[in-house]
Design a protein around this ligand. Structure first.
Ligand SMILES: Nc1ncnc2c1ncn2[C@@H]1O[C@H](COP(=O)(O)OP(=O)(O)O)[C@@H](O)[C@H]1O
Ligand SMILES: [Mg+2]
Length: 346
């Protein structure tokens, strides 16, 4: 009897806080989807993999021991934070690297570059990746582009995600509003403020998978139906309203049929991927200006893999079509094939 091909054994590593947040939401009577770690566990088990899950939490010494003792062939790393702190995402990857563990997604260097928006933008300038003009304002220090003089601008913390610190007041129209918001970012997040040119235009998410990456069909989030008093941004208010989000995300056919615009989107996406040394998969947030120029707003390595999120949606729309299970399995295959050490800069 021919021996069946042996599938790698897998440990799904995720931030334990996700579980406690979910419990609270259930207790509040909210309708909450299954954890992504559970979704991954289920789809891979169904496909014949041996899977377990590990919730990452402090104390770190215990986590390191748990990882050391783990004898799976692969860590499926969806830890985008530790105890909710996004800054620890890169350190978890660094621990996995030091322990010589094979894991999915980007390495610690890429996670460091991409999650610090100001570092990423400095690299974008060098690599000619179009992204909004910017200045960085830290207490007592200003760096950046002196040609940034036109309002509106948008003010963000340099190192946060999930729209933390991005809301209706982020878009500023005067020096007074700008100064106020910069101070708010300093006080609230102890983070330098990233001030960017506000790009009027369409909100586009570009998912990528592979080494080298395949660019999946873009997903647009139509923000035009937000209440008129809110700026047209994917800030806290818009993201909280899940129904609004799901109802208004789609593949923009006018763009996918426009070869010229698609080429621009693909080129800028691949350049951004390369500039930040991304591996396996990522989602790039863009704004498409009214004259059809794509601006990179943010690169998300290891984006959210929920079956209803933009990444899975883009995979389903790809040719050939990738189901949520196909997409998860593809990430496993990519991680099994890439070198155990992360990509280097050249
Ligand atoms: N320069 C900009 N011009 C226009 N909109 C922006 C700009 N920067 C951010 N936004 C809006 O704010 C949203 C969140 O910004 P982003 O930098 O992606 O933060 P997060 O890490 O919270 O996703 C974007 O999806 C976009 O709608
Ligand atoms: Mg974003």
């Amino acid at each position: 009897m021919p021996q069946a091909e042996k599938k790698p054994t897998i440990t799904v590593l995720y931030d334990a806080q996700e579980k406690s947040v979910r419990k609270e939401e259930i207790a509040e009577g909210k309708k909450v989807p299954e954890l992504v770690s559970t979704q991954i566990e289920k789809v891979l088990t169904k496909r014949g993999y041996t899977v377990k899950v590990l919730a990452a939490e402090a104390p770190i010494k215990r986590l390191v021991r748990q990882l050391e003792d783990d004898n799976s062939d692969l860590i499926f790393n969806i830890c985008e934070s530790l105890g909710g702190a996004p800054d620890e995402e890169r350190r978890i990857a660094a621990v996995l690297e030091l322990l010589e563990k094979r894991f999915t997604g980007s390495g610690s260097l890429a996670l460091t570059l991409a999650t610090d928006k100001s570092l990423a933008k400095k690299l974008f300038d060098f690599h000619k990746v179009r992204s909004p003009d910017f200045v960085i304002i830290a207490p007592g220090r200003v760096e950046g582009n002196p040609s940034l003089t036109m309002f509106p601008m948008i003010v963000k913390p340099t190192a946060m995600d999930a729209s933390i610190g991005i809301d209706a007041k982020s878009v500023v129209h005067s020096v007074e509003e700008l100064m106020e918001r910069v101070q708010y970012i300093h006080n609230e997040f102890h983070n330098p403020a990233l001030v960017e040119q506000y790009i009027e235009g369409r909100e586009i998410y570009v998912s990528m998978i592979g080494n080298p990456p395949q660019v999946l069909p873009p997903i647009e989030w139509d923000l035009s139906k937000l209440p008129p008093d809110l700026p047209r941004i994917a800030g806290t208010e818009a993201k909280w309203d899940h129904d609004f989000k799901e109802a208004r995300e789609f593949v923009p056919r006018d763009l996918t049929q426009n070869e010229e615009v698609m080429k621009r989107i693909q080129d800028v996406a691949i350049n951004a991927w390369n500039a930040l040394l991304i591996r396996d998969y990522a989602r790039i947030d863009m704004r498409l200006s009214d004259d059809g120029a794509p601006y990179v707003i943010e690169v998300n390595p290891n984006p959210w893999l929920d079956s209803r999120a933009e990444f899975a949606m883009a995979a389903r729309k790809a040719t050939p079509e990738m189901s949520h299970g196909d997409m998860i399995e593809r990430i496993v295959e990519l991680a099994m094939a890439h070198p155990i050490r992360e990509r280097s800069a050249i």
